[in-house]
Structures are given as C-alpha cells and as structure tokens.
Write a protein that binds this ligand. Structure first.
Ligand code: NDP
Length: 279
C-alpha cells in the first residue's frame, strides 16, 4: 500500500501545493461514492476530483469527514457547470457546492467547460477570482480551455488560472496545449488519464509493462507523473485503486517515454471544448 507521503506535490500560485495523484469520481453513482472514497483514503489517496455535475459532492464530503482525518490533509476540487456560468450564478454555484460538501472552502474550484457559445466564461472567471479572495477556494482554475480561452481570461482580468484540466492520455497527448501551459505557468491536469481504459491494450504500452513487471495502467499513470501532469484516475474496483497509486517505485527510461510519445493519435474520447455547451 502506498502512503500519501510518497505522492509528490506540485506548487500552485499562492503557496498552495497539489498532490500530483488523486481519485476522480466522474460516473461514480452517489450511493457508491462514500465507499469508493473510503477505500481510496485507506489506500493513501488524499486528493479527490469531483464536480457539481457528477452529483456526488455530498458523498465525497461525507467520506472525507468519516475518515476521521483532518480536513487539511485533503485536497478537494469541484467545478462550476455550464448552466451556472455568469458572475452571480457562479458565485451561487460555489456556495451550493460548499453546502453539498459541507466544507468551508474547496482547495481548487474550476470552470468545467469554456462553453464559448454562451460567452460567459470571462465573467465566470471574475466570480472565481473574488471567491478565492473571500477564502472560499484556495486555488482557482479552468478545465477544457483552449489557448484562445486562456489568453482571453488572462488578458481581461490579469489573473492566470492555476491549472487547466484537459483530456490527456497516450492517444491525445496535447503537446501544443502543454507547451502553452508551460509558457503561461499553468499546471496541467490530465482527465481520463487512462482514456477510460482504451489505451490499456496498446502493444507499446503492454510491452513496456511486461519489461517492468507492472500493469499497463501503471505504465500510463507513471508516464503522466513523469510528464509533470496531475492525474486522478477513476476506479470503483478496490484492487485497481491500490494498483493505480502504486506507481512511485519505478521510472520509465527516455526510450520508453519516446515509445509512448509515438502512439499519439490526436484522438479525443470526450467532447470538443470549442463546441461543447450542454446545459
Ligand atoms: P479514466 O481514464 O480514469 O478511466 C476510468 C476507467 O478505467 C473506468 O472504467 C475504470 O474501471 C477503468 N480503470 C481504472 N483503473 C484501471 C486499471 N488499473 N486497470 C484497468 N482499468 C482501469 O477515466 P475518467 O473519465 O473517469 O477520468 C478520470 C477523472 O477525470 C474523472 O473521474 C473526473 O474526475 C475527471 N474528468 C474530468 C472531465 C472534465 O471535463 N473536467 C471529463 C472527464 C473526466 P472501474 O471503475 O470499473 O474499475
């Protein structure tokens, strides 16, 4: 079992650090969430990525409290959904999320999608800036933002998001956006780090796994860690929770990293951020 102290942290603006590895709870049913998060905490996870849209914030909060550990040991992220965008509604949405979580603050609050056709992400960003100043979110960031969306919020408010949470896995490596993040000082969070399982049969990845005596999932997660991405694979399977966090005792060689770089297909599993606006 990995202990949480083995998990590296990455510094965010404002003297906050984020554990580079955690648990995602998208598509975890509310009735499964308490047990899922409890098992994860027992396995050493301290960073949980949820969202208002996942419908399980309340259960995440309950599991954190039930652990008996101090709130300060956890890093909790939640997100503002598309139909809550706008200055007033985003301000209300964060308060609703905090009510669901039964927490006084989140560690990170994100705009879930830019939803550019609504054209409200700049005023939404202003609401997040004020929420951070009010202490309701220790850090603020965005998700699924393209370079033009990032530059616009930075130009119009002067505040750079701490993170951009984007779809990123071996079949969608996002080299251009990662370079943009590095230039702007934004930490990259990789959602669907395993491409929801699609990359786990890739021959390049399974052969590296065989070399190391590790699983394909562990190779992919280790690749993310070495790239500097923050990851939070989802699993409701207890053995996989343990397997996924057990990636801090080996390294990939430059040649292995190059082999994984070569499997990129520029292939999304999720929606196109320039188009997606589902309310
Ligand atoms: P992941 O890439 O984490 O894959 C999850 C799937 O892989 C599940 O079916 C899980 O199965 C399976 N799996 C997990 N571990 C293993 C393993 N070791 N071996 C084999 N299969 C495994 O996909 P997600 O889409 O869930 O992404 C992770 C998180 O990213 C989300 O939970 C959410 O927090 C975030 N996210 C954010 C988005 C955004 O727009 N900001 C969009 C999508 C995700 P099982 O559970 O049955 O074990």
């Amino acid at each position: 079992m990995a202990s949480s102290t083995e998990i590296p942290s990455i510094a965010l603006a404002g003297d906050i650090s984020i554990p580079q590895f955690g648990l995602g709870v998208f598509q975890v049913a509310p009735e499964e969430t308490i047990e899922n998060v409890r098992h994860a905490i027992e396995a050493g996870y301290r960073h949980i990525d949820t969202a208002e849209a996942y419908g399980n914030e309340a259960q995440v909060g309950q599991a954190v409290r039930a652990s008996g550990l101090d709130r300060s040991e956890f890093f909790i992220t939640t997100k503002c959904w598309n139909d809550d965008q706008g200055y007033d509604s985003a301000t209300r949405a964060l308060k609703t999320s905090l009510g669901q979580l039964e927490m006084e603050h989140v560690d990170l609050y994100l705009i879930h999608w830019p939803a550019p056709s609504q054209d409200r992400y700049v005023e939404t960003w202003r609401a997040l800036i004020e929420a951070q100043q009010a202490g309701l979110a220790r850090a603020i960031g965005v998700s699924n933002f393209q370079p033009a969306h990032l530059r616009r919020i930075i130009d119009e408010t002067g505040v750079t998001p701490a993170v951009n949470q984007i779809e990123l896995h071996p079949y969608l490596q996002q080299a251009g956006l990662r370079r943009e993040h590095a230039d702007l000082g934004i930490v990259t969070q990789a959602w669907s780090p395993l491409a929801q399982g699609l990359v786990l049969d890739d021959p390049a990845i399974t052969s590296i796994a065989a070399e190391h005596g590790k699983t394909a999932a562990q190779i992919v997660l280790r690749w993310h860690i070495e790239l500097g991405n923050v990851v939070f694979p989802k699993s409701v399977t207890v053995e996989r929770l343990h397997e996924n966090i057990d990636v801090f005792d080996f390294e990939l060689s430059a040649d292995e990293l190059a082999q994984i770089e070569a499997v990129d297909r520029g292939e999304r599993t999720g929606p196109d951020p320039d188009e997606f606006t589902r309310p």
